[in-house]
Design a protein around this ligand. Sequence first.
Ligand SMILES: [Zn+2]
Length: 265
Amino acid sequence: MSYEERMAQEIVAKALGREVTQWDTGKQPSMYDFDIGTTGALEVTTIVDEDTRRALVRAAKNHSIRARNLHTSWVVMMRLPQDGNKVLIVDFRELVPRIEAALAALEAQGQAEMPKWDSLSKHLFCDASCPVRTLLGYGVTSARQAPQLDAKHGKPHIELSAMHGGTVPPDVNLVVDAIEHTLAKKQDSWEKLHVPGKSEREIFFWAASTERHTHRLIQEDRQPDRGPDVEKYGLTRVWVGAIGYWDTALHWTQEHGWQRYSHSS
Ligand SMILES: [Zn+2]
């Protein structure tokens, strides 16, 4: 079970005061994730917007890159650049050699690791020759030498993971659009809930989110002005949470509209 699934299970069980038990054992395809009592079925999924998905697919293709100018392999995490809520498409062929050059400069300084967050910020004021500042400029959030990868690959490589900062639009009403968009794209997410004996069909959406967006939706207790159009999918309740804020979610039903649930309140 993924962490997102486990957290959704906990929120739904507490918010509804009902037993939520795992149903998807992975033994059969197209099983929904959880039973809610005996009459409910729950699926847990993520909101994905198309541009983000495409950028991530592109990033994943460049996961492991031969690095001719490094002495040792490095593991690198970077945040994909964004314009508002859209993830920008990155040309990794152009970017990776620049990251490699900065890593080579770190190696030359005898550093096996980019400084951790707490000491990173002072490098923002370094001059342009500072490799840490350069890496920060490319969206790199962490980088460390990984000699064990040399054994795996035979030669130094960069193992690059790209994360996206967020897909929840700043206007909370657009969250509803994103839910509808996701349901239209991910037909399987709601189809599998249509099984005999289940009159309550619910989907929990985790939204990857930047801090700003999360604050609007989850922390600032802002609610969308309208509910999602889910009648055509046969859904009776829709949940929205933000990844990283594991104790809070909004849920919507036709009868009660949007409601907020938080462990802490
Ligand atoms: Zn510096």
